[in-house]
Design a protein around this ligand. Sequence first.
Ligand code: ADP
Ligand code: MG
Length: 307
Amino acid sequence: MNKIKILPDSVSNKIAAGEVIERPASVIKELLENSLDAGAKHISVSISGAGIKSISVSDDGCGMSYDDAFLCIEPHATSKIRDADDLNSISTLGFRGEALPSIASVSKFRLRTRTEDSAEGTEITVDGGRVTNCEPAGCAKGTEILVKELFFNVPARRKFLSSPEAEEKRVVEMLYTLAIANFAVSFEFSSEGKELFNSPGDDLPDSRLISFFGKSFFENLLPVEFEESGIKISGFTAKHGFSRSSRREQRIFVNGRPADSAVIYSGIKDAYASLTPHGRFPPIIILVHVNLIGCFLIIFKINLYIS
Ligand code: ADP
Ligand code: MG
């Protein structure tokens, strides 16, 4: 008798969920990235029980047709790439088609969605990976996803979660990070029905940074603007003498994605060496945008450096 069996989707999705979805903050990250990829200009997030009891993310993005709404909870279903060649030119935050089936397999999940040109929307309910209901729904253009009782069917994963306070902190941190990387999008966030921030989308990052980090923090920053051969750098850097005890406020984003770059951190350290006491960190928020020409230039310079 054969020993090898192909796992049913219900099991493989749960395994995939272990990789993609570790905690409420990872659910929020995946849902927000989908909303951003869908071109949303306004995103509203509410949680209860630190996101373990419920997470709701709604957006005014492109929404999904009835057929797409069904497909999006299937593994490896994505609208973001078509073939292997597309892997070389990804401009979206997601592309693997793993998040929604993973989330839906470890929660009580409800999707409501409508495209602009459709009079009626679609509502799909999934319970631990099993579709329990699907019907037409009256809803606004865009997508609303509700995730309740995260990990209700994988108790082992629940045990890995930290205290509700620590989980909520991670959720807020994730929201801040994505909100800073996307100044033009408006974000609303509430926990237990209490609004924690409501940051209008405008191209000026000032109001957002003030609401996240406070006025005195913002007043201690200087704007940075630099552009050369396909590489654009914008953001803020600490004024002389302004420093923090941790790196939490050194944030780097490359093409909208948060990036942890030892090279950039050490560049900041060198630049501020004579201005910042040992063990202190100058706050810096840097958004790097690199286009194809910029990428070639960087690769060319690295090659020159290596050879
Ligand atoms: P990926 O983002 O890697 O494609 P996901 O599982 O996160 O995979 O989403 C699957 C698909 O569902 C996406 O490719 C997209 O077409 C659709 N989708 C998910 N969320 C939204 C949303 N908020 N608005 C519009 N379409 C969405
Ligand atoms: Mg995604």
